[in-house]
Design a protein around this ligand. Structure first.
Ligand SMILES: Cc1cc2nc3c(=O)[nH]c(=O)nc-3n(C[C@H](O)[C@H](O)[C@H](O)COP(=O)(O)OP(=O)(O)OC[C@H]3O[C@@H](n4cnc5c(N)ncnc54)[C@H](O)[C@@H]3O)c2cc1C
Ligand code: HEC
Ligand code: HEC
Ligand code: HEC
Ligand code: HEC
Length: 629
């Protein structure tokens, strides 16, 4: 009786079936047979594919076969539906293997007492809290992300060959249908300095913000900024005795370098630079200034930098912290592929391609493009500058100009695209930029004949061109211990990277570098004399802050590289993207390196970081104004 009653239809429907179904789901997930979409057939295929066969031949298979894990769920958690940022997976890796701090402690221990150049591990470096799966794949080959810029000898388990990041033809997506729609107030495309700043401002004002980043790591080229941040009339300048700066002078200096800059934007940058610096300091930045150093032919020292290393490494974590305080985070492995517009031409958001979740639409009131440069888009660079074919770039590998391509597709105007910045400072044989501050702080450039060949503080474009005219198209950056002390951390980094030749005298240096000894020795002697007289009678270097006679001499071989790009979408002073008729495209804003015109023909070093903070904020403020209260 009871038995029969127990199995009556009501109980079956309300209790047993759901429980059975739940048990099945849990079981599937744990044994790895759950389907992505939850359908049983698909589930079987997924389970097979990942527990046998080729996908099982990699890291996941190794963990399963050797019983490092008890099943898929040890890595995947409750479901094998992987989110685009691979958040759950990364939590699992860290649960078993430890955090970067623990890895670093181990590395330090291993390197203790070690003499000579040390091997760089994939678990150190300057990218901020990278996800483990940016390098370690679960079901296919792995590649150490560091080597998109460096050329470290890294032995990652299940190594695969490098597949370069190449620009994708976004027209592929134009007729594709999204699999879902998400809504928010603001969409920010790109997680560099300007994207994170804009997102933080909007999120702090209570807006719902979605931030997408196509790369597996956060920070864009911004995270690589080594030099400084320009700001005029600051407290730090005053503390260092620099009393004669003002926004007007910063505008003048910027225009002297860039020549064709959009003056209205430069004015905003200069006028709001101090406020941005104050904000940065209040958010935790500890900056300083060298009152002896004027950058790039400018008239006043205003490059604010940190003594602990590169400014970008400093800025991105601070911006991220501000953003995360609001509960927001960046979706990595999430690429915007097309802007969406309504019948009136107003931008309503974008199509996003997520690594795992596929194509979806984000619907918002305002979209901010902060996609950075097109330095790594050979086709786009050479379309305007055929002579720049095959020149390396020191920008991050995802610098493909997607923002410009997407905006042009819906009628935006792109300007100054031919203005590509060549800088003289890439370490030969790598894509790593050596900061101009080693020159500005006192270093000089010497060619293969052991001679200086130009004013080492000339605008960067000019220097790049000049180096290409020298023998071997590479030259040596020479500095001494006094200069090294100004940027101790950065210098130590170059030693760590094995870029640096060290010598105690000019003779020894010439021999080590294979330069004509007499020529190099007399170059150094003359230069010390120039310092004494404060006059460079050869090339008229405007400031000679060091005689280069203190302590050791250091040399780094450098080549020109594309540092960044200066063209991009046209905007008005509210950072609204403009169409061919200079009318704002409703709902669309831009900030950072994707914006054309504000740097003119040449970027004044240190203005980009300032621009990240100033224009990032401004674009968010304008976007919010358009949303209404
Ligand atoms: C090595 C180096 C050193 C530098 N040093 C300095 C310095 O000292 N001072 C200074 O002022 N400037 C410096 N610069 C320049 C400066 O870093 C950049 O101009 C600036 O940081 C650009 O910021 P951004 O936010 O506009 O772009 P980025 O920081 O490049 O960020 C753009 C982000 O958008 C992402 N993205 C692109 N397309 C898409 C898409 N379709 N969907 C989703 N995401 C996308 C990118 O992957 C990237 O992460 C340096 C640049 C380099 C490369
Ligand atoms: C349940 C614990 C656990 C989880 C979760 C886990 N691992 Fe492991 N993993 C191990 C153990 C145990 C070993 C073997 C001992 C060792 O090398 O630490 C191992 C080995 C490795 C190795 C060395 C492989 C080799 O060739 O020797 C790598 C790399 C690795 N894991 C990466 C990862 C990554 C990345 C993740 C996250 C996607 C992850 N592990 C998740 C426990 C785990
Ligand atoms: C930038 C690329 C990169 C990232 C990110 C990365 N690894 Fe690795 N991993 C490597 C390389 C390269 C090796 C080979 C040994 C080395 O270089 O230290 C390695 C080796 C390992 C090993 C085996 C040997 C060892 O050193 O213990 C484990 C385990 C491992 N990684 C786990 C992780 C975990 C967990 C994370 C995230 C916290 C992570 N890795 C993030 C590149 C990376
Ligand atoms: C060592 C950790 C680990 C184990 C164990 C593991 N995976 Fe994964 N899995 C990953 C990582 C990491 C990814 C992210 C994509 C990649 O790197 O291949 C992933 C991705 C996936 C995806 C999404 C693939 C896609 O293209 O979107 C599925 C489905 C999946 N795993 C299924 C399984 C199943 C089923 C099992 C058990 C048989 C399993 N995984 C065991 C680490 C693991
Ligand atoms: C997008 C390009 C890029 C990537 C990716 C990258 N780096 Fe770098 N790296 C640079 C640049 C540029 C510098 C020079 C910065 C400076 O002048 O301080 C640098 C400097 C360094 C230095 C010397 C300074 C220091 O901090 O000691 C080390 C070591 C280093 N990188 C390790 C790594 C490791 C490890 C990874 C992977 C986890 C990595 N890098 C990924 C561009 C990159």
């Amino acid at each position: 009786m009871f038995f029969v009653k127990f199995y009556n239809r009501e109980v079956l429907k309300n209790f047993l079936l759901p429980v059975l179904f739940l048990l099945m789901l849990v079981g599937c997930a744990l044994s790895g047979t759950a389907g992505k979409a939850g359908s049983p057939e698909e589930g079987m295929i997924v389970g097979k594919a990942y527990s046998h066969g080729v996908k099982n031949d990699y890291l996941a298979g190794l963990h399963i076969r050797n019983e490092y894990v008890s099943g898929c769920s040890d890595c995947h958690g409750k479901s094998v539906d992987v989110d685009d940022s691979e958040t759950e997976l990364n939590k699992s890796c860290r649960n078993c293997h430890g955090t970067y701090d623990e890895f670093k402690a181990k590395i330090k221990q291993e390197q203790k007492g070690h003499k000579g150049p040390v091997k760089v591990s994939g678990h150190e470096g300057h990218l901020i809290d990278v996800s483990c799966t940016a390098c370690h794949s679960g079901h296919s080959g792995s590649f150490p992300y560091c080597n998109y810029c460096h050329s470290f000898d890294m032995k990652i388990p299940f190594a695969k060959a490098k597949t370069p990041y190449v620009p994708e033809n976004l027209s592929y997506y134009y007729d594709k249908e999204p699999n879902r729609v998400e809504t928010a107030d603001v969409l920010v495309i790109g997680s560099g300095g300007s994207g994170l700043m804009a997102a933080g401002v909007a999120a702090n004002a209570g807006k719902k913000v979605i931030i997408v980043e196509k790369m597996p790591v956060i920070g864009g080229s911004s995270i690589l900024s080594t030099g400084g941040m320009n700001a005029a009339g600051t407290k730090i300048q005053h503390e260092k005795g620099v009393m004669n700066d003002s926004p007007e002078i910063m505008v003048k200096d910027t225009l002297a370098i860039g020549k064709t800059n959009d003056v209205a934007l430069v004015r905003i940058l200069a006028e709001r630079s101090n406020e941005a610096l104050e904000w940065f300091i209040n958010a935790g930045a500890n900056l300083t200034l060298n009152p002896k150093v004027k950058t790039g032919g400018t008239t006043v020292p205003r490059s604010h930098y940190t003594e602990t290393g590169a400014i970008g490494q400093y800025m991105i974590p601070i911006l991220l912290k501000e953003l995360r305080k609001t509960g927001n985070d960046v979706r990595t492995n999430s690429k915007a592929v097309m802007l969406k517009t309504d019948a009136d031409g107003r931008v309503t958001g974008a199509l996003i391609y997520g690594k795992h979740s596929g194509l979806y639409e984000v619907k918002v009131g305002a979209t901010i493009i902060a996609t950075g440069s097109y330095a790594n888009n050979q086709a786009l660079v050479t379309q305007y500058n055929p002579q720049l074919k095959d020149i390396i770039t020191t920008a991050q590998p995802g610098s493909h100009g997607d923002g410009v391509v997407m905006a042009e597709k819906i009628g935006a105007k792109a300007i100054n695209m031919e203005n590509v910045q060549i800088h003289p400072n890439a370490a030969a044989g790598t894509s790593i930029m050596v900061t101009q501050n080693m020159r500005i702080g006192g270093g000089i450039l010497v060619n293969k004949s052991g001679k200086r060949f130009m004013d080492d503080l000339a605008p960067r474009n000019k220097m790049g061109e000049e180096i290409l005219r020298q023998e071997g198209q590479s030259v040596f950056l020479i500095y001494d211990d006094n200069v090294a002390k100004l940027r101790k951390k950065v210098h130590e980094g170059y030693i760590h990277l094995n870029f640096v030749t060290t010598a105690s005298t000019p003779e020894e240096m010439a021999k080590k570098l294979g330069l004509p000894v007499d020529a190099f020795v007399s170059t150094m002697k003359n230069y010390a004399l120039f310092y004494k007289n404060q006059k460079d009678t050869d090339f008229n270097r405007p400031t000679i802050s060091e005689p280069l006679t203190n302590g050791n001499l250091y040399a780094i071989e450098v080549i020109p590289g594309i540092g960044g790009t200066l063209g991009g979408v046209a905007v008005n002073t509210k950072m609204q993207v403009l169409d061919e008729n200079n009318q704002p495209i409703k709902g669309l804003y831009a900030s950072g390196e994707v914006v054309g015109g504000w740097h003119g023909e040449d970027r004044y070093g240190g203005n980009a970081v300032a621009g990240n903070l100033v224009f990032g904020r401004l674009s968010a403020e304008s976007a919010m104004e358009s949303l209404g209260k």
